[in-house]
Each structure stands twice: as C-alpha cells, then as structure tokens.
Design a protein around this ligand. Structure first.
Ligand SMILES: NC(=O)c1ccc[n+]([C@@H]2O[C@H](COP(=O)([O-])OP(=O)(O)OC[C@H]3O[C@@H](n4cnc5c(N)ncnc54)[C@H](O)[C@@H]3O)[C@@H](O)[C@H]2O)c1
Length: 281
C-alpha cells in the first residue's frame, strides 16, 4: 500500500464505477487527479508519454507508476500511452478506455507543455507550434473524441449527465505573466474552448469546466521551485501564505466530477491561492 488516504471501493466513493481518462497522469497534478479519482471508486485510464513518473518531481512514491499505485490499493486502472500532440494517439486513447471498461464518463485534460521562461521576442515558431499543438489542439481533439463517445451513451440518472470534462488550464490563461506569452495564449485557448464547448453541449447534458492552477509544486515547475529568487517572486504574487500542491488542484477537479456539481458548466475556476485576484502588497 502506498497511499495515505483509503480507497473507497465499497460503493461509497463519489465516483463509484465511473470510467475516467486522465492525460498527463504520470506526474504532478495529473497523478494527484488520477489517484484522487481512483480513491473515489472510478476506473482510471492513466495516460502519458510514458507510465513512469518524472524523477525530478516531488512525489514520495514516484518510483511506482500511477496506475500501479491505484491497482496496489485495490482500484481498477490501466495505462495507455498517448502523446497529446498526435491526433491518432488521442483517438486510440478514447477507444482504449471504451474497450477496456465499456464506456467513458470522465475526461480530464491535464497534459501540458510549458517551455522555460523568456521574453516574447526570444520565442520561436517551433515553440508556438509545440505549445499550441499539445495544450490547445490536443485538448480540442480529445474533447471532440470524448463527446462523440458521450453522445452514444444515455444520460446517467445518478450523475444527471452523459459525461464530464475538466480541462487543466492555468492562471496564465487569465492574467498576463511576464515571459510566458505563448504558453499563456495556449492556456487562454483552453479556457475559451472550455466555455464554447460547454455552451454547444449543455443541451446534451455534457459538463465542461476548467481548473486554472496558480503556482503548484510539480516536475514542470521544479526549475522554478529550485530557484530561490523565482520562488520569492512567486510567493510575492500569491496572497495565500503558501504555494500550491497537486492535491489542491485534484480536490477541486473531483468536486467538479461529483453529482453535486451537475449544474456547473462552462466555468474556469481559479485554484491559485488568490494569484489572479489582484496585486498583493
Ligand atoms: N505546475 C504549475 O505551476 C502549473 C500551473 C498552471 C498550470 N499548469 C498545468 O498543469 C498541467 C499539469 O502540469 P504539472 O505541473 O502537473 O506538470 P508535470 O510535469 O508534473 O506533469 C505533466 C505531465 O504531462 C505529461 N506530458 C507532457 N507532454 C505530454 C504530451 N505531449 N502528451 C501526453 N502527456 C504529456 C508529462 O510527461 C507529465 O507526466 C499542465 O497542463 C500545466 O500546463 C501547471
């Protein structure tokens, strides 16, 4: 057993029997989200470039792949490799979930690419294509495939919907942050897609929401977290007395997937210790 919190596999979990796909689930927030969904009784398709966690991350059990942690705790989980920059692999991911577990209830679009900080003039077309491709187009393609599957399924009388999507956007998609122009544009695309897709598919009883994290301690942000000067700046910009941890994000994602959140759709929910509220003095 490698998880501190108990797995609710007796039917009491808030996501009992739901089938979920989580992208970018090997590390950081995706891993925390996959584990949290698994703890609530969902069957989780973990997906990433590889099953192994990034070894420069902060998880104490990062030697064990996410799907193995869930299985070791008695949950149902499988891994399917998917590069979110490759359309065919995204199609295969959704197909895999349906073949493996018989349906699809939940898609969490968490995988993302952030390239280290620089002024806009130093960014390149290659960086634009990479970040817009994975963060923007990857999110759009997976939502479209998931919705095609949701539309083949009836409305679930318990959850009141055909399926739910949560996208992981960013506070960078809400406010401008120095030296993040292209990443911010790609996350603004995620946030706006969230609203538009929610609007198009509310009539189909499909919820689409986004969580916009602030500064969270993960492998992606480890270069920042290992630099005391950058961290001091990030702390100054975050009104709450501490920076974020992956579970801060996972807890809100789980809420958005519960039956209680049935009437929430099209929202970009900042989970950022107040980062986007205003200028802290
Ligand atoms: N860490 C932060 O401070 C922060 C803040 C705001 C938003 N975000 C967003 O949160 C999400 C999760 O990032 P994290 O901080 O947990 O980082 P992380 O590096 O810990 O995890 C990201 C995971 O995504 C995977 N990934 C990267 N490119 C992929 C691709 N093309 N296809 C499939 N998987 C891919 C990585 O292998 C990794 O396992 C990202 O979308 C990121 O942009 C992070």
């Amino acid at each position: 057993m490698s998880q501190e919190l108990p797995y609710k596999l007796d039917g009491s979990g808030r996501l009992h029997g739901r089938v979920a796909v989580v992208t970018g689930s090997s590390s950081g927030m995706g891993r925390a989200i996959a584990l949290a969904i698994g703890r609530e009784g969902a069957h989780v398709v973990c997906s990433d470039l590889k099953a192994e966690a990034a070894q420069h991350g902060f998880e104490h059990d990062r030697a064990i792949p996410t799907h193995t942690v869930i299985a070791n705790n008695g949950g149902k989980s499988a891994f399917q490799k998917c590069d979110m920059g490759k359309t065919e692999e995204i199609w295969s991911l959704i197909d895999f979930a349906v073949k493996e577990f018989g349906k699809l209830d939940i898609l969490v679009n968490n995988a993302g690419l952030w390239l280290p900080l620089r002024d806009f003039v130093e960014e390149t077309d290659e960086m634009w294509d990479a970040m817009m491709g994975i963060n923007g187009k990857g999110c759009a393609t997976s939502m479209r495939q998931a919705i095609k599957q949701f539309l083949r399924q009836p409305v679930d009388p318990k959850s009141g919907c055909r399926g739910r999507i949560v996208n992981i956007s960013s506070s960078a998609g809400i406010v401008a942050i120095r030296r993040e122009a292209t990443y911010a544009a790609s996350k603004a695309a995620v946030s706006m897609l969230t609203k538009n897709v929610a609007l198009d598919h509310a009539k189909d009883a499909i919820n689409v929401n986004a969580v916009c994290p602030g500064v969270v301690r993960t492998a992606m942000s480890s270069t920042n977290f290992n630099d005391p000067l950058i961290i001091a700046e990030m702390k100054k910009g975050t009104p709450w007395p501490r920076l974020g941890e992956p579970n801060d994000i996972a807890n809100v994602v789980v809420f958005l997937l519960t039956d209680e959140a049935q009437w929430v759709t099209g929202q970009n929910i900042a989970v950022d210790g107040g980062f986007t509220v205003g200028i802290p003095l």
